[in-house]
Design a protein. Structure first.
Length: 94
């Protein structure tokens, strides 16, 4: 069984950095990086709580695969929108 303090601290650090990146940055690409950090922090927390549980084949091991797939599609769509805004305005500052 793993010690839970390390992954919980890692998840908290990722979410904290992501929220700070979302709150402070005005650049659209860096805002997307902040959103991805929050999402990865949530995934670390999900996998950690699943690994600490008794059932090893619960949804905590399968759900991150779907979340990563959706996050990749979200990045593609968001970067396409950012590129369209850059072509229109010449800047990606929000």
């Amino acid at each position: 069984m793993i010690h839970l303090a390390g992954p919980y601290l890692l998840a908290a650090a990722l979410v904290g950095l992501g929220v700070a990146g979302i709150a402070v940055r005005r650049n659209a690409v860096l805002l997307l990086v902040g959103v991805e950090l929050v999402l990865s922090g949530g995934l670390v927390l999900l996998v950690t709580t699943q690994a600490a549980g008794a059932d090893r084949w619960a949804a905590g091991s399968v759900l991150p695969l779907f979340v990563i797939t959706i996050a990749a599609a979200e990045v593609v769509v968001a970067l396409a929108v950012v590129l369209a805004v850059f072509r229109l305005r010449g800047s990606i500052d929000l």
